[in-house]
Design a protein around this ligand. Sequence first.
Ligand code: HEC
Length: 242
Amino acid sequence: MYEQHYTRFKDISVSERILNTVFLLTIGLGYLMALTNMYFTHQGLDGKSGLSVEDVVISYHGNRNQTRLGRAVNGVMKNNLRYTGDKDVILRWIQNGADEVGYNDKVAPILNRDCILCHTPSVNPSLPDLTHYETVSQVAHPSGATLPTLVRVSHIHLFGIAFILFFIGKIFLLCDIDANVKSVTVVISFFAMLLDVISWFITKSTPSFAYVVVYSGALMGLSMGFQILMSIYQMWFYSRKS
Ligand code: HEC
């Protein structure tokens, strides 16, 4: 049967290899700059230096101390709590998403006992109403990244990275290695990019997804790094046996 011939690095001219190489090196440098930029914009948000998953949570989900309720029980309203341990109960509930079940189980009894003597509309209409879930929820949800911001960043990110991954992949496919390895590597890079962007949105409501943001970002970096290094290696240092 006629064997189809696919182009490999040995079939392309030296000038084309040079073009490929300077492109890949520039993208590699750009990627390092992107990592450095990410470090500078996210590090230290949790009050500790260095980049941590907690910083990613705060970037996309927001910080419980940034909610009005979180700030109040940490500050001016702290002394209204009969038991100091109740502060952590409230803060943990905020951090876990301030849902209605947790409110009914744990938070409402505290607020009803210590807070609503002042925080009731009939008593003080200008204070946050702490008598029922809907109004408590309004002061218990952190801001984090806004939806319009995420949409703007993701469309730029998807368009830009898709181009980069496409061209890196086009070059990488000229490698003389197993076809399945090539297909999987290329798919992983696109899949990781999509997962990364999708998990930004999920982290906004579910903080534990910050781990997916970190791991998918790392996975895309690994896939890109592998494609770049393997391509440069095969273009210049590899000659096919036989
Ligand atoms: C003795 C009355 C009183 C009690 C009891 C009280 N508060 Fe307040 N609270 C106020 C007043 C007055 C303000 C507005 C002035 C201020 O911020 O100090 C306020 C403001 C707030 C705010 C809004 C802060 C902001 O961002 O503007 C929150 C949230 C709050 N209280 C939560 C609580 C919680 C939770 C409790 C129960 C642990 C509580 N308060 C108990 C009087 C009270």
